[in-house]
Write a protein of this length. Structure first.
Ligand code: ZN
Length: 396
């Protein structure tokens, strides 16, 4: 096949490499990265990015893909713990008109809305906190993590979480919502998980708002990881997790959560995380690339290096510093997304990438900006009964 032979070299770029290295070129051949700071081969498509930033495809460590077709919902100004929100939410699930699309017939389409939401923000891998529906094992806008186990929370699953943890292979992450709130009940969940023997080196806590700095250091030293969802926490609890101990230990990832509580997409979380100044811009980028890959035990994601899968996103230059550019970006700043060396989304000026790869494309609009999208994705997006807000697809 032609595309397996034809390389693409992105030049005049700022490429996020490993260990803080920023390269000026990256070459993609087939589904892999050929190298950083390498010269184009003779038949390559050479794309001058004029200072744009190339990041490893972003890793969204926490989403509920099927719950992105709803508005943010709460029924009190501020909650003290997630149990209060769940108690408000559950009786309304079948009655609230805002939640009317949440019926089983729309599940597959809603999962796709979640996939498109992630792709448009430069995400190429997402960890879905719910069972892996069959449509997530078929061609989908982004990669979905397969090797992991979840519990919802102690609030929903109770002490049965211990059995879930025990059955999780030690090399897979075990992921659970925990300490989601600001009161003693939220904080006590950590002690309960400890008593149940659920705090080990493959334990990944989501939220952790009620974890104090000292407890954070103890947990991080035991290898426990944290997935931070800052806009969800601000919305429900008007509070922010103290993530510094997990960042220092390299045990921190970032997640968007669903739009039921989160602001929108992973880039919204990136900007919110940077605004707390708990973590440097480079640290924020690490949370959505290599750090997330480490937390989720992903060997093929989050890093651009020779022979890695060519999952990448290009972000137009917004600041002198490459990390500041990513930390300040929103999805209209994303000008190219490739998944496994295949073009998925591009700004019109980068549409040659589709031509070179032989990928059929369709013109779309994203938040009022023209983009081209792989036709197979655009066709599916157009058929969905629920639309991804801001994505307009003409007939294709
Ligand atoms: Zn969640």
């Amino acid at each position: 096949m032609r595309w397996r032979q034809a390389g693409i070299t992105l030049v005049n770029a700022r490429v996020i490499g490993e260990a803080g290295r920023v390269a000026s070129t990256v070459r993609v051949r087939g589904d892999r990265v050929d190298g950083l700071d390498v010269a184009p081969a003779r038949d390559d498509l050479v794309v001058d990015l004029d200072g744009a930033v190339v990041t490893p495809g972003l890793v969204n460590a926490h989403d509920h893909l099927e719950l992105n077709s709803f508005p943010r919902l709460k029924w009190r100004e501020r909650y003290d713990n997630a149990g209060e929100w769940i108690a408000d939410f559950q009786p309304r699930f079948t009655r609230d008109p805002c939640l009317a699309p949440a019926n089983p017939e729309t599940l597959e389409d809603r999962l796709w809305v979640g996939g498109l939401k992630n792709l448009l923000s430069g995400v190429t891998t997402v960890c879905h906190h719910n069972p892996l529906h069959r449509s997530l094992r078929r061609p989908f806008p982004v990669r979905v993590v397969r090797n992991y186990r979840i519990s919802h929370s102690l609030l929903i699953d109770g002490p049965q979480v211990a059995e879930s943890y025990r059955r999780t292979p030690s090399e897979w992450p075990w992921i659970i919502h925990a300490a989601e709130g600001v009161d003693g009940a939220a904080a006590r969940e950590i002690e309960l998980l400890d008593q149940l023997g659920c705090l080990g080196a493959n334990t990944v806590l989501v939220h952790g708002v009620a974890i104090c700095a000292e407890r954070g250091r103890q947990l991080a030293s035991r290898g426990v990881s944290l997935i931070w969802c800052p806009t969800s926490n601000a919305f429900l609890f008007a509070a922010c997790a103290d993530v510094r101990a997990f960042d220092d230990a390299g045990r921190l990832a970032l997640g968007s959560d669903s739009r039921l509580s989160g602001e929108g997409d992973l880039l919204d979380e990136v900007r919110a995380a940077a605004a707390t100044h708990q973590v440097s811009a480079e640290g924020v980028v690490r949370m959505v690339t290599s750090g997330a890959a480490d937390v989720l035990r992903l060997t093929g994601a989050g890093r651009l290096r020779a022979r890695a899968l060519a999952d990448l996103a290009v972000i137009r230059p917004l600041a002198n510093d490459a990390y500041d550019t990513i930390a300040g970006a929103c999805r209209t700043d994303v000008t190219l997304v490739m998944v496994g060396g295949q073009a998925a989304l591009a700004a019109p000026e980068l549409a040659d990438v589709f031509t070179h790869l032989g990928v059929e494309r369709t013109e779309v609009m994203v938040d009022g900006q023209p983009r081209v999208m792989a036709r197979w994705l655009a066709r599916r997006a157009r058929r969905l009964r629920l639309a991804e807000p801001g994505l307009e697809v003409a007939a294709c």
